[in-house]
Design a protein around this ligand. Structure first.
Ligand code: 5GP
Length: 200
């Protein structure tokens, strides 16, 4: 990472684990963190707003963005496309900001290749039973989609080894506090300073 370049923080974890809630709380408490709003082809859920949670686009529009190389990474997740627009992330890093990406494990893998010194955090549920209860309780997906998302969650738990940190989401506030501590510790890490020294 170049001197005075910001820090990329990637948060992943199974659908329904509470990543969205954790990230929203983290952003509300941290004025110095910028959220990278993704583009998706999935339908807008009640309560979501264009440009806030996502940019909602058609498959055709998404494919055009892929063609124009507008994404840092993109992935297909349970029948929909999701992608991180390149422009925003690169600008924020150039401005020495901390950028938060909430993306799935396929996207995180691609980002790790581009930004190996990013901070990769995996959120885990206290148990799979609890995850299933949360997905059903949310009431935003059909049973078929919930089953697909649960199967995907089991697959995803095997990928934890590619991450730097695990945060268990038993209580939202405790999970947010842990992420804030991780970010602070990373900003102070010798590894990060040594990267800078080498490049001078
Ligand atoms: P949801 O439909 O529940 O909002 O998100 C489904 C999954 O897509 C979640 O695991 C979420 O982290 C992931 N996701 C959201 N935005 C992106 C993105 O830009 N890229 C990738 N690869 N995954 C994303």
């Amino acid at each position: 990472m170049k001197k005075n370049r910001g820090m990329l923080v990637v948060v992943s974890g199974p659908a329904g684990v509470g990543k969205g809630t954790i990230c929203r709380a983290l952003l509300a408490q941290s004025a110095d963190i910028e959220y990278s709003v993704s583009v998706t082809t999935r339908n807008c859920r009640p309560g979501e707003t264009e440009g806030k949670e996502y940019y909602f686009r058609t498959k055709e529009e998404f494919q055009n963005m892929i063609k124009n190389q507008e994404f840092l990474e993109w992935a297909e997740f349970c029948g929909n496309y999701y992608g991180t627009p390149k422009f925003h992330v690169e600008r924020a890093l150039d401005e020495n900001k901390t950028v938060l990406l909430e993306i799935d494990i396929q996207g995180a893998k691609q980002v790790k290749e581009l930004y190996p010194d990013g901070v990769f955090i995996f959120i885990v549920p206290p148990s799979l039973k609890e995850l299933s209860e949360r997905l059903h309780g949310r009431g935003t997906e059909t049973e078929d989609i919930i089953q697909q998302r649960l199967a995907k969650a089991v697959q995803e738990l095997n990928e934890i080894k590619n991450y730097n940190y695990i945060v268990e989401n038993d209580y939202i506030e405790a999970a947010v506090e842990k992420i804030k501590c991780i970010i602070t510790a990373e900003k102070c890490s010798v590894r990060r300073y040594l990267f800078d020294v080498k490049e001078e």
